[in-house]
Structures are given as C-alpha cells and as structure tokens.
Design a protein around this ligand. Structure first.
Ligand SMILES: *[C@@H]1O[C@H](CO)[C@@H](O)[C@H](O)[C@H]1NC(C)=O
Ligand SMILES: *[C@@H]1O[C@H](CO)[C@@H](O)[C@H](O)[C@H]1NC(C)=O
Ligand SMILES: *[C@@H]1O[C@H](CO)[C@@H](O)[C@H](O)[C@H]1NC(C)=O
Ligand SMILES: *[C@@H]1O[C@H](CO)[C@@H](O)[C@H](O)[C@H]1NC(C)=O
Ligand SMILES: *[C@@H]1O[C@H](CO)[C@@H](O)[C@H](O)[C@H]1NC(C)=O
Ligand SMILES: *[C@@H]1O[C@H](CO)[C@@H](O)[C@H](O)[C@H]1NC(C)=O
Ligand SMILES: *[C@@H]1O[C@H](CO)[C@@H](O)[C@H](O)[C@H]1NC(C)=O
Ligand SMILES: *[C@@H]1O[C@H](CO)[C@@H](O)[C@H](O)[C@H]1NC(C)=O
Ligand SMILES: *[C@@H]1O[C@H](CO)[C@@H](O)[C@H](O)[C@H]1NC(C)=O
Length: 466
C-alpha cells in the first residue's frame, strides 16, 4: 500500500489536471435574462427581478441602512371570474376541433384540463399554488427584508402597514406582515386601509384616482390609432399551422391571459409554450404602450400622481429615523406603482413611444417595472467618510430587487445619491399634488398617514366587496 502522503500528492495532482481540462469557463458566457415567456407578460405575469445594472445589492462596506421604505403592488393572483369563463370556453372549442390538427401547436388541448381556478372561491385573490404564487413570492420578500432590516425593527411597538382598500392589496400586506413579523412573534404590526374611491384627497394610496384632473384616457386616441395588431398576427399563424380552429384575435388574447394566469396560479402553462416568442414580444410592446401613455412617462400627470409618494418618502428621508418612521410598508396597485417609478425618473427622459413600430431601445418594459409583486425600496444609508471620520447620508433605490441608480445622481457609495442632492433631485421633479390636481381646499392637501397614523384613527376594516 502507498503511504498516505503519496496518495494525497496524487489526489492533488489529479485535481489540478481536471481543473486545467475543464470544459466550462469560470464565469458563464451566455445571457439568459430575456429567454423566458415571463419577461413578456407585461403587468399580468409572475414577479421578475429587474435586469438591473450589476450593482451589488449588499450594503456598501462603509455604510449601514438607517431607513427603508417599501412601495409595492399586489402579488400574483388568481384570475377574475369572467376570465376563467373565457378560458373554459376557449378550451372547449379547442377540444371540439382539435382532431383536425394533430401535431399542431395546440394539439395538447385535446386532453388539457381546466385548472381549478374556482373563481367563486378565490376571485382575484392572491394565489397560493405553484412556484410563482403570490403567497410564495410575498412570504419570501417578507423574510428577506426582515433579515436586511432587522436592526430597524422595534419589537416593543406596533409597526404600521398601509394598504389601498382592495382585498388583493390587503392580502398582500397581510402575507408580507406575517412573514416579516414572524406571525407576530417578532414584533407586531397593524394594517391601515385607505379608501380608493374617487373622492378628492392627497392622503391616500391611490393618488391618481383621487386627483380630479388625472384622466388616464387623455392619450386614448393615440394608443387606439396604433396599427400594431399582434393578436391578429398570431391568429393568422395559428390558422396556418392548425387549420380548422379558425382563430380570432380575441382567442389569442384569451390565450395570452390564460398563459399569464396559469403561471401565477399554477406555475406552468402549455399556452405559454404554444404562443410564439415573436407574438409575445409584439404583444408585450402593445401592453407597454398602454401603460406608458396612461400611468407612465407618456402622460404628464403620472409624475403628479407618483410625486405625491416620492415627496412624502423624501420628507421622511430628510427627517431621518429620529423623527420619521425608520421603516414603512405601503401596498397599492400597479398603476400607482408605475406613477411612482415614473416620478422617480427611473424610466429616463423618453416621453413618447412609437405606436406603430416596436421600439426596442425603450427604457420602459411593464414586465420589468410592474410585474405582479412589483416593488420599489428606498433606502437611506449612513456611510463613514474616511477622510473626515464623519457619517454622511445617501439614498439608494432598489427597483424589483436591483439597485437602480438615479439618472445624474449616483456619486455615493454603491452608486447611491448623496441625501442633499437627492432632496434637490426630488424637489426639481415634483409639483405639489394638491396644486396640480386643483384639490378643493377643504380636503387633505398633503399625505400625512406616515406621520399621524397613531392618532388619526384610519380604518383597519378589511371586508371588501369587489
Ligand atoms: C363542443 O362540442 C359539444 C358536443 O358537440 C357541444 O355541445 C358544445 O357546444 C361545443 N362547445 C363549443 C364551445 O363549441
Ligand atoms: C367553487 O367553490 C365554491 C365554494 O367552495 C363552491 O360552492 C363552488 O361550487 C365551486 N365552483 C366550482 C366551479 O368548482
Ligand atoms: C372563420 O370565421 C370567419 C368569421 O367568423 C368565417 O367567415 C369563416 O367562414 C370561418 N372559416 C372557417 C374555415 O370556418
Ligand atoms: C399636461 O399637459 C397638458 C397639455 O399640454 C397641459 O394642459 C397640462 O397643464 C399639463 N399638466 C401638467 C401637470 O403638467
Ligand atoms: C469627506 O470629507 C472630506 C473632508 O471633510 C471632504 O472634503 C469630502 O468632500 C467628503 N467626501 C464626501 C464624499 O462627502
Ligand atoms: C435642480 O435644478 C437646479 C436648477 O435648475 C439645478 O441647478 C440642479 O443641478 C438640479 N439638481 C439636481 C440634483 O438635479
Ligand atoms: C411634501 O410632503 C410634505 C409632507 O407631507 C408636505 O408638507 C409638502 O407640502 C410636500 N411638498 C410637495 C411639493 O408636495
Ligand atoms: C369644496 O368643498 C366644499 C365642502 O365640501 C364645498 O362646499 C365646495 O363647493 C367645494 N368647492 C369646489 C370648488 O368644489
Ligand atoms: C367594512 O367595509 C364593508 C364594505 O365596505 C362595510 O360594509 C362595513 O360596514 C365596514 N365595517 C366597518 C366596521 O367599518
């Protein structure tokens, strides 16, 4: 038998050979960022992280986080009753005619079963089945943010969570709270609910709906005039490949929705596989156009709607954790989240999008900005200046988990923006909501719930009909 040291030498030698002969490079060379249908489902599909800029989300070494504010839409959910009825009818039509097209892209439908979406029971509630479920995604976020912000939690007092008054939004807030506060065993929380009826007020989580001058149909004619019709284009493709179905553009739209909601509620969908990538790219552009011109950079009131929250958050950052809450969690709809992202300036300067051709160079992709579970976290960092030995404050934005530098303001650690410059940046971009919306002077002119929630007696009612 050989001496152990000889064996060890041979082992080391073999290991170094296998390293030298590796077929795989140490860093991958292929890009897979966009190689999934999920990236083309606009606002309707499961959560996707933003592609980002490669900036590590770790807190920069010389810094600590001293404030964080989450602003988020609802997590992945079940479809509405009417949508489920459309899926059922389409599936039956496909089954009835599938014999004509064995081997076609929709042949799978012959023995495809309608999911138990049970709209009666679940409606548009947060989904809890499948890997992309809202429940899974929101729990995960709660746990990750708890680990990140544990040092900011005061377990001896109640932390407020703010939610717009819709069941799916409330449920998102509750799942998040249960996860973040470990079912109440690691701190306590209470959800405050803000009416989303269209009564004028600035003290709301649905600013666009409470601003009398906000008209999301302002650019309706422009968007309607688009010559793009990828639904019809895909219907023609199916009619070529699967003659006998006689597909219409409406059928294709139903398939798109079916694809998105099967992913949200179940985790996979044969309909996603049946739709061509070219269609998904084109259709997602049409969805983007719609959002861009209603709640995004293509409508000038978007920055008014979102500015309400950008300004309120900036006010908290300016006051610092000694005066303002160190942590806030706010839950609302995708429209309002898009207003917010627009007002932050994260979507660049582009205020028009070609309605007749796909603009591949655009910043805005709904699937990256406002997928189900879409979120923006604003962090205040306190960083040590090694020359002066003093602490200085900076601001960083995480858009869908990725550090997203502010255009023109990213000279700080980890490409953060120095707090004073951030406050300038925000005040340069925001007009007062009450003024721009011509709010009646008898209604609340500013957002105050982040500061007065303990005394203002906001509703905690969560029985919604919708
Ligand atoms: C499918 O075929 C069955 C049996 O012929 C018929 O009763 C039903 O109405 C058809 N459904 C659709 C949606 O065409
Ligand atoms: C859905 O669930 C409700 C409540 O449990 C039940 O009454 C109803 O029959 C179910 N519907 C279907 C289509 O399964
Ligand atoms: C397809 O539908 C159109 C419009 O509904 C109809 O005119 C046409 O006859 C149908 N074609 C076939 C092959 O069923
Ligand atoms: C938005 O644009 C319209 C039309 O140009 C103008 O009348 C309105 O004052 C603008 N609103 C804001 C808030 O900039
Ligand atoms: C750090 O402190 C030095 C000395 O006071 C100052 O000149 C410098 O501007 C500070 N750096 C930053 C990034 O604020
Ligand atoms: C804010 O606007 C002023 C005046 O136009 C400009 O000088 C300054 O650079 C702007 N600040 C930021 C951070 O954009
Ligand atoms: C910003 O928010 C603060 C606090 O709610 C408010 O007092 C101030 O009027 C707001 N400013 C603008 C420009 O909206
Ligand atoms: C403002 O609100 C008051 C009280 O509700 C009402 O009497 C008044 O007519 C309103 N003014 C306008 C311009 O709508
Ligand atoms: C809660 O909201 C429901 C639906 O809006 C309403 O019917 C009910 O009266 C409210 N309950 C309380 C205690 O406010």
């Amino acid at each position: 038998m050989l001496f152990p040291t000889v064996l060890a030498t041979i082992a080391v030698f073999l290991a170094s050979i296998s390293e030298a002969l590796s077929f795989h490079p140490p860093y991958p060379q292929e890009s897979v960022d966009l190689d999934t249908p999920n990236r083309f489902l606009g606002n309707a599909g499961p959560f996707n992280e933003a592609i980002g800029y490669g900036i590590p989300a770790d807190t920069p070494e010389e810094c600590k986080i001293d404030q964080a504010h989450l602003f988020m839409r609802e997590g992945a959910r079940f479809p509405q009753k009417g949508q489920v009825e459309d899926y059922a009818e389409l599936l039956e039509t496909l089954k009835n005619s599938s014999i004509a097209v064995p081997g076609g892209p929709l042949a799978f439908a012959t023995d495809y079963e309608l999911l138990d979406f049970n709209a009666t029971k679940y409606g548009r509630h947060i989904s809890f089945d499948g890997i992309y479920s809202g429940s899974n995604e929101i729990h995960k976020l709660g746990a990750i943010l708890r680990a990140r912000y544990n040092h900011l939690v005061d377990e001896s007092s109640t932390t407020p969570i703010f939610a717009a008054a819709a069941q799916k939004v409330y449920d998102t807030a509750q799942i998040f709270g249960d996860s973040f506060f470990f079912g109440g065993r690691a701190g306590d929380y209470k959800i405050f609910v803000f009416d989303e009826e269209e009564s004028e007020t600035a003290n709301t989580l649905t600013g666009a709906y409470s601003c009398p001058l906000y008209d999301d149909d302002t650019n309706g004619d422009l968007v309607e005039s688009s010559k793009l019709d990828f639904d019809q284009w895909e219907a023609d493709r199916f009619n070529r490949l699967s003659p006998g179905f006689n597909f219409t553009d409406d059928d294709v739209y139903t398939m798109f929705s079916y694809c998105a909601f099967e992913l949200n509620a179940y985790g996979s969908s044969k309909f996603c596989d049946a739709l061509s990538r070219d269609y998904l790219i084109g259709h997602s552009y049409q969805l983007d156009l719609n959002y861009f011109y209603t709640y995004g950079p293509g409508y000038n009131f978007s920055t008014v709607g979102g500015g309400l929250y950008v300004n309120a958050t900036a006010t908290m950052l300016k006051q610092g954790p000694e005066v303002a809450p160190p942590l806030t969690f706010s839950f609302t709809h995708e429209t309002i989240l898009l207003n917010y992202i627009t007002a932050l300036g994260l979507l660049g300067d582009q205020t028009t999008l070609d309605v007749d051709k796909v603009d591949f160079n655009r910043y805005f992709h709904a699937s990256q900005a406002i997928p189900m579970g879409g979120r923006v976290v604003t962090e205040r960092l306190s960083c040590t200046n090694h020359t002066s030995g003093k602490d200085e404050s900076y601001v960083r934005i995480l858009l869908n988990n990725k550090v997203t530098p502010l255009p023109g303001c990213n000279s700080g650690p980890g490409f953060s923006c120095p707090l004073d410059d951030y406050l300038d940046y925000v005040s340069n971009k925001t007009v007062r909501f009450a003024d721009a919306c011509h709010l009646n002077s008898s209604v609340p002119q500013d957002l105050s719930f982040y500061w007065d929630w303990e005394t203002a007696k906001y509703s905690t009612n969560y029985t919604f009909e919708y």
